[in-house]
Ligand binder design. Structure first.
Ligand code: AMZ
Length: 269
């Protein structure tokens, strides 16, 4: 089957791509990029893991709510919150903290980690969360993803968390043989409207995003994709914007100061 036209490859296509089919809100592919600070919660604290390894954590703050306020005050359009305990345990462990963040923040908050039931989705959305992120459920319970999308499609993103192109689940402890692109295609058929792609081997490394994989994903599904893993400089953000990513999640680089968040917003938002 012929691939759908891909607007993201600027070298080949940008000038020939005036119509952007999946426009959501004011987003135009390649024109803007939503830069989204990450707040990963483990044991109630704000941490970063190296390549998702729970044994290699760095604690950046004992106060995730304060951290959320800090990123908001620098001009963030949105926050990306991960319940790392939840991802490992299969349920929303840090719910109260997440609720506090969602209620304190004036900007939309997306949340992932341990969301494996309709009840949890409902609970989070009712608590003021703007978007729920489904990872493990996409692999283990596609029917649930279909049901969730039938009710809340605009409030859902599926997270494709990949190691060498294969999806990992359950806090990334469980490796699968599921192909990242195949999963994305099947999720699109189920009604998923937005994806987050994380390259696990880049996550927390301050290296660079897996541009090729992100471009391939955008090309394969032609839907909004938020890039994650290894995003650590303004030039990474520029390139992600150019290849058509809707957004980019920034984690370790904003905690270490490698990326100046305020400047990134000024230049790229
Ligand atoms: O760092 C990790 N080990 C990790 C992580 N950041 N494990 C899962 N997650 C994130 C995914 C996604 O946002 O990137 O948790 C969410 C998926 O959780 P679940 O429980 O749906 O698989």
């Amino acid at each position: 089957m012929e691939a759908e036209p891909f607007c993201g490859d600027i070298l080949l296509q940008q000038r020939r791509c005036p119509v952007i089919p999946y426009l959501s809100g004011s987003f135009k592919r390649g024109v803007k990029i939503e830069i989204i600070p990450a707040i990963d919660i483990l044991g109630g604290r704000c941490v970063r893991l190296l390549q998702g390894d729970y044994a290699q954590e760095t604690v950046y703050s004992p106060d995730p709510v304060g951290t959320a306020m800090r990123w908001q005050s620098l001009g963030s359009p949105r926050l990306h919150v991960v319940d790392l305990d939840g991802a490992a345990d299969g349920e929303s462990v840090n719910f109260e903290l997440i609720k506090e963040i969602a209620n304190s923040a004036l900007i939309p908050v997306e949340v992932g980690g341990g969301i494996r039931s309709m009840d949890t989705v409902r609970k989070l959305l009712t608590a003021g969360v703007d978007r729920v992120i489904l990872g493990t459920a996409a692999v283990e319970n596609p029917e649930l993803v279909r049901e969730i999308c039938a009710r809340y499609a605009d409030s859902v993103a599926v997270s494709i968390d990949a190691r060498n192109g294969k999806v990992a689940t359950r806090g990334w402890v469980n490796s699968t043989e599921v192909d990242a692109l195949e999963l994305a295609r099947s999720m699109k058929k189920l009604g998923v409207k937005r994806f987050i792609y994380t390259d696990i081997s880049r996550d927390g490394t301050l290296s660079e995003p897996n541009f090729a994989a992100i471009r391939d994903l955008i090309s394969a599904i032609n839907m909004p994709v938020i890039a994650s893993g290894g995003v650590s400089s303004l030039s990474h953000l520029r390139l992600l914007k150019d290849i058509g990513a809707e957004g980019a999640i920034v984690g370790k680089a904003i905690y270490t100061g490698d990326l100046n968040l305020k400047r990134a917003f000024e230049e790229l938002s």
